[in-house]
Design a protein around this ligand. Structure first.
Ligand code: ZN
Length: 156
């Protein structure tokens, strides 16, 4: 059984009615068999409310509706964020093959290039937050890899 919150068009009265199924409601609605208990109007539609599915037909009238959490932790990742992450992942995948892995020498290598002691190159490697901050303070561009990356020397 499904209970629908219905609404008449004549007086906008809201009431509940039970149906065997959604189809049953649609059928009875189409044949004008559902009438508003307040004014008798048979032009009845679903009120803007989700239907509740009850296990028993003798549902307690005083049953409180289940609270709806504002945000569930397992909520799907919004499409925009997923698209942005996919774009970052694809950009990274595109750049890494042209980039030279320098491992833990990243800060030193980046600094050498910045100071003209090494040829300009695209590199990636590992650095500590302190080193990354120092590079940034010296105006050396370094961006963190946003997608988990396995260093080549960690691959067997
Ligand atoms: Zn009515």
């Amino acid at each position: 059984m499904i209970v629908f919150d219905l609404c008449c068009s004549a007086g906008d009265h809201r009431f509940e009615a039970w149906f065997a199924s959604s189809e049953s409601f649609a059928d009875q609605q189409a044949r004008g068999l559902i009438a508003c208990p307040v004014c008798g109007d048979d032009d009845v539609r679903k009120a803007v409310m989700a239907p509740r599915v009850g296990a028993k037909s003798n549902r307690q009238a005083s049953a409180a509706p289940a609270p709806v959490p504002a945000e569930t932790p397992n909520a799907p990742v919004p499409e925009a964020i997923r698209a942005a992450l996919a774009a970052i992942a694809s950009k990274q995948a595109e750049m890494l093959p042209r980039s030279r892995w320098v491992g833990r020498d990243f800060a030193a290598a980046a600094r050498a290039m910045h100071e003209g002691r090494a040829p300009e190159d695209m590199i990636h490697g590992q650095t500590s937050p302190e080193e990354a901050q120092a590079l940034h303070d010296d105006g050396i561009a370094a961006i963190p890899l946003l997608v988990p990356f396995v260093p080549p020397d960690a691959v067997n």
